[in-house]
Design a protein around this ligand. Structure first.
Ligand code: UD1
Length: 344
């Protein structure tokens, strides 16, 4: 049996793709998920891809009793990847306490239990949102942390600080903090992908649902930004590329004795792509039109942000590889699979 890793939020979008890569690399995975934004069918998808059904515990990470029982039932967990968190920016403005409770308590519970059960390290899912509207692009890890524009963003900043403080205080574990840019696409098998509950808030699921006719029209939030075509610019990173970075991070954290106790890496491609360019890339890659119209700006949106991924490239030896057109094809293949299964 390989090294045992706990993946919180492991049936979610990025979590499920990471479980696949961990299992392919020989790790023994235990998933905890409360299924608040995913469902159990994801386990079937993971099993079809890897031939292995991951251990699964349906529970909430804010429930420390359930979490302690998990560590007792699955002894020998060496590392944690913490994906479990609420992530809708708009909802976090409406329900800040839910976001603080969920995202902060989950992390605190994990950090409290780690020494008790001999867990040596935790990889934390953070976000480029910690940079706010950056002064310059591309953004590297030394860019200033700006005041968060939403409770969601604030939870990411606070969680990063909690990890730093806990380790500075002498707790016997390490951490790698990964700041994701905009993860998109699906596994090339189309067995797993992004499937948010309800109306999608993020660009790609809204786009693919529009392309297949579930939604009438995609709203492009603003074309009066200070960018070449007026729409916002992001760094769209393929979800499988992103998942692979977690395997490298886990190995580095657990196997390399000489690394710093806390390390931070940007995970992005290094290319800024506008919302309108992305729609165009999707249409060209798939041959499918996306009905869309320009509407007003969305409150809280960043104008432009893309990564300087050189630190991840050199220190982790990781690089985004999948071309954006292929990523768009994978997102479309996943949407078609959902249709085939009668889900969407
Ligand atoms: C946001 C968060 C990010 C978080 C991610 C996960 C900020 C600044 N960013 O990313 O930290 O990890 O959500 O949920 O807090 N767009 C449209 N029409 C749509 C949907 C989106 O035009 O229907 C545009 C947006 O205005 C934006 C771009 O597409 O310019 C990407 O939006 P989205 O996918 O929601 O991600 P972010 O807001 O970049």
């Amino acid at each position: 049996m390989g090294t045992r890793i706990l993946v919180t939020g492991g049936t979610g979008y990025i979590g499920s793709h990471t479980v696949v890569e961990l299992q392919n690399a020989g790790f023994d995975v235990v998933i905890i998920d409360n299924l608040s934004n995913s469902n159990k069918d994801v386990l079937d998808g993971i099993e079809r891809i890897t031939g292995i059904r991951p251990n699964f515990v349906e529970a909430d990470c804010t429930d420390i009793v359930a979490l302690r029982k998990l560590f007792q039932d699955y002894p020998g967990i060496k590392g944690i990847i913490n994906f479990a968190a609420s992530k809708a920016v708009g909802e976090s403005v409406q329900k800040p306490l839910l976001y603080y409770r969920n995202n902060l308590n989950t992390l605190i519970n994990l950090l409290e239990l780690m020494p008790e059960f001999g867990v040596e390290g935790i990889v934390f899912s953070s976000s480029c949102t910690v940079y706010g509207e950056p002064d310059t692009n591309p953004v590297d890890e030394s860019a200033p942390i700006k005041k968060a524009t939403s409770p969601y963003g604030n939870t990411k900043q606070i969680c990063e600080e909690i990890i730093q403080d806990a380790i500075t205080a002498g707790n016997p574990y390490k951490s790698i903090i990964l700041r994701y840019f905009n993860p998109v696409g699906a596994h090339p098998s189309a067995e797993i992908g992004e499937l948010p509950n309800g109306v999608p808030q993020n660009l790609i699921p809204y786009l693919t649902q529009t392309a297949i006719g579930v939604r009438k029209e995609l709203s492009v939030f603003g074309n009066d930004y200070n960018t070449p075509d007026g729409s916002c610019i992001r760094d769209f990173i393929n979800v499988v590329d992103l998942a692979k970075a977690h395997v490298i991070a886990i190995k580095r954290m657990l196997e390399n004795k000489d690394t710093d106790k806390v390390e931070i890496f940007n995970l992005g491609t290094g290319d800024g792509v506008s919302v309108l360019q992305l729609i165009n890339t999707f249409e060209e890659a798939t041959g499918v039109k996306v009905p869309h119209k320009i509407v007003g700006r969305r409150e809280g949106d960043i104008e432009k942000v893309w990564a300087d991924p050189v630190k991840a490239n050199t220190v982790l030896g990781w690089k985004a590889e999948v071309p954006l057109a292929d990523t768009m094809k994978s997102a479309w293949a996943w949407q078609l699979k959902l249709r085939e299964r009668g889900i969407m």
